[in-house]
Design a protein around this ligand. Structure first.
Ligand code: ZN
Length: 315
């Protein structure tokens, strides 16, 4: 669910500033001619010579420009051929946007592209500090909310932002598909998260102090089984209510038939969700975390979209 971006990867990716005033070398034909003319003495012959040279420079410059324009065009075509037309149209709309404007528009374009209109959250939330080593993002499958830490807006390049948006939207698709699957009830959906939560709470007691205290008391009293059953049941009831509210629109949609590929995948994902391992305090996931089928799919999709966008911007 959480998408960590390594901090070192972020800082090395700063866009290079194009500081034109520093570059005194003439960059256009006109500047080149002006410089050549300036060099000439008032001598008429030399002035003519200078003009001739300037003319030659202009002709050569034009020839080079035409050649490289052809080259650029070929390179552009070569890069674009791997990007689906539909995405190119969307990327074109995003190309010149920046900051929050880019993020909001990129989000809406991806929601639309993935067929998640009316399913995905209407907007993303920027909330909380970055992890110690990373910028994080997460999809909450109980609240249907996508949240990123503050550095998401300020420290990432546009292709990194699009990668993370696509990644969390893939999770949104995975979880909402579970809720759209015949035979996969809200209670079963919630149970997989509760199972995962309880397992993680037992494994990493420092992350859920209240639970751990109650758990060790039950252990001392020899009532662990009863305690866990009671906790689990209470959580399922509570969260099922939340899910029915937060996914009201999704639950109204027609369901995937139990024997369809979507449904089979949804049941696999449900199991994967119960086996999720949490992130460490640095905000980076373990191998087990990244190998979870939900993550494998989300990373692959996010990276694919981000890479295509980066290529698109490069030509
Ligand atoms: Zn994820």
């Amino acid at each position: 669910m959480i998408y960590p971006v390594s901090f070192s990867g972020v800082t090395t990716n700063k866009p290079v500033k194009n500081n034109k005033s520093v570059n005194k070398t003439p960059v256009t034909d006109k500047q080149y001619i002006q410089r050549e003319i300036k060099k000439q003495t008032p001598n008429k012959n030399q002035k003519l010579k200078g003009l001739l040279w300037a003319g030659l420079a202009l002709a050569a410059g034009t020839a080079v420009a035409i050649l490289s324009r052809g080259k650029i065009k070929a390179r552009r075509a070569d890069v674009l051929k791997d990007i689906p037309q539909e995405l190119q149209v969307r990327f074109e709309k995003l190309k010149n946007l920046s900051g929050k404007d880019f993020i909001d528009n990129a989000y809406n374009e991806m929601v639309d592209y993935m067929g998640l209109k009316g399913i995905a959250p209407k907007e993303i939330l920027i909330n909380g500090n970055d992890g110690l080593m990373s910028i994080t993002g997460g999809y909450n499958p109980m609240l249907n909310k996508i949240t990123y830490s503050s550095g998401f807006v300020t420290k990432l390049t546009k292709d990194q932002q699009l990668t993370m948006l696509s990644h969390e939207l893939k999770h949104c698709e995975q979880f909402t598909n579970m809720l759209r699957t015949e035979g996969l009830t809200v209670e079963k959906y919630v149970e997989s998260t509760v199972d995962n939560y309880i397992n993680n709470a037992i494994r990493t007691p420092y992350q859920s102090v209240h639970f751990s205290i109650a758990y060790s008391r039950a252990r001392e009293a020899g009532t662990v089984k009863e305690f866990l059953a009671k906790m689990k049941n209470a959580w399922i009831q509570e969260l099922a209510k939340e899910v029915r509210q937060n996914f009201a629109e999704v639950l109204k949609l027609s369901k995937f038939k139990a024997d369809s590929p979507e449904a089979r995948k949804a049941f696999e994902h449900l199991r994967a969700n119960s086996e999720y391992e949490g992130l460490n305090i640095f905000g980076t996931g373990s191998d087990t975390y990244r190998n979870n089928p939900l993550e494998v799919e989300a990373y692959a999709f996010g990276d694919k979209i981000g890479t295509m966008f980066k290529k698109f911007l490069s030509v």
